[in-house]
Design a protein around this ligand. Structure first.
Ligand code: GTP
Ligand code: MG
Length: 332
């Protein structure tokens, strides 16, 4: 997935179909002089339905198609025949899509299961035909109901990625590089900060066809909660991840301090992020020799007390199997 194709926020306009008009038809046949009312009901207007599809990963397909209009119901007709319902229209979205009202910003619902459907705009009911209105005192009603109007609404679709593992780190920590070596994803990698501006996803193919999904998100810096760097809006993409993998580069002046800053920024965005399982990977550790690593371990064991950490190098392919094993163990 290239960055330009990653769309996680769109506004769409939906209109459901109007119900069909009930018929006022009177039965007229050669040998039945007073046939009476035989007008059928109008059909229901089409619904606009939002449906989750596990094969979609972004809202990109909705970027250029923003109006969804369902068909009107057909009118009723003679011989009490009911008009056909208007065809429903489906808006397909990835799992993890949240639907909001554009005016109030209120969350209407969210879709998390493949195939899950929710009606966002209900089609109008069809009107009743005159056949329903025949009474003892009025044998020939010449009226029927109009169909109910459809509904128009402006809604916001917002995606919260449902990855298993979210990568959290300062810019330049090596997040995208890690994604590129443990998955088939080809994110942009460069030796400057904020190379990644939109999330990237990759699927880790693990022993015996087991898989899990990793999300690489833009770097976080101190003050992200106040909008520093590129802010923290994209942190919503790790809200649904069950595990957070913190990446701190081996050459950081103080590894534990960087970790604490990251944790603090997450807390300021949403304290519930801290309820997730965490693992710390010290990246770029090909820059350390064994002696230095051993010394760092002594210090880190004390500082991290219980918080699991390990040394990895994406470039030298070190510690990656152990990393995948640990992630898998946490995820299961
Ligand atoms: N020596 C060494 N360098 C690495 C390693 N992993 C990444 N790098 C380098 O670190 C720099 C930043 O890597 P990225 O993967 O783009 O870092 P990032 O965390 O995605 O950065 P942002 O997208 O800006 O947040 C690049 O120059 C990489 O080549 C590693 O294991 N060892
Ligand atoms: Mg990156």
């Amino acid at each position: 997935m290239t960055e330009g194709n990653f769309v996680d926020y769109v506004k769409v306009h939906v209109t459901s179909g109007k119900g069909g008009q009930g018929s006022k038809h009177m039965r007229r046949e050669k040998y039945i002089p007073k046939g009476g009312p035989d007008g059928g009901d109008g059909g229901r207007g089409g619904h606009v339905i939002i449906k989750a599809n596990k094969n979609l990963w972004t809202l990109y397909h909705l970027k250029f198609k923003r109006h969804f209009k369902a068909e009107h119901g057909e009118h009723g007709s003679k011989q009490t025949s009911t008009g056909a319902d208007g065809a429903d229209v489906y808006i397909e979205v990835p799992l993890g899509t949240v639907v909001r009202d554009k005016e109030t910003e209120e969350i209407l619902f969210e879709l998390t299961e493949d195939g899950e459907e929710q009606i966002i705009a209900k089609g109008g009911r069809g009107g009743l035909g005159n056949a329903h209105f025949k009474t003892a005192t009025n044998q020939t009603p010449r009226y029927s109901q109009p169909g109910e109007e459809g509904i128009e609404a402006d809604i916001i679709l917002e995606l919260k990625i449902l990855a298993d593992v979210g990568l959290v780190g300062f810019p330049n920590a090596g997040k995208s590089t890690l994604l590129s070596v443990i998955t088939a994803a080809k994110p942009k990698i460069a030796n400057y900060e904020f190379t990644t501006l939109k999330p990237n996803l990759g699927i880790v193919n693990y022993r015996d066809y087991k898989t899990f999904v990793v999300a690489d998100i833009p770097g976080i810096i101190e003050g992200a909660a106040e909008g520093k760097g590129i802010g923290h809006r994209f942190l919503r993409h790790i809200e649904r991840n069950s595990t957070l993998l913190f990446l701190v580069p081996a050459d950081a002046p103080d590894i534990k301090e960087q970790y604490d800053i990251l944790v603090d920024e997450l807390r300021r965005y949403n304290p519930q992020l801290l309820d997730k399982e965490r693992l710390v990977a010290i990246s770029k550790s090909d820059m350390l020799d064994d002696e230095l690593k051993a010394e760092m371990k002594k210090i880190l064991d004390k500082q991290f007390k219980g918080i699991p950490y390990l040394f990895i190098s994406s470039v030298a392919q070190q510690g990656l199997t152990e990393l995948k094993d640990k992630l898998w163990a946490i995820l299961n």
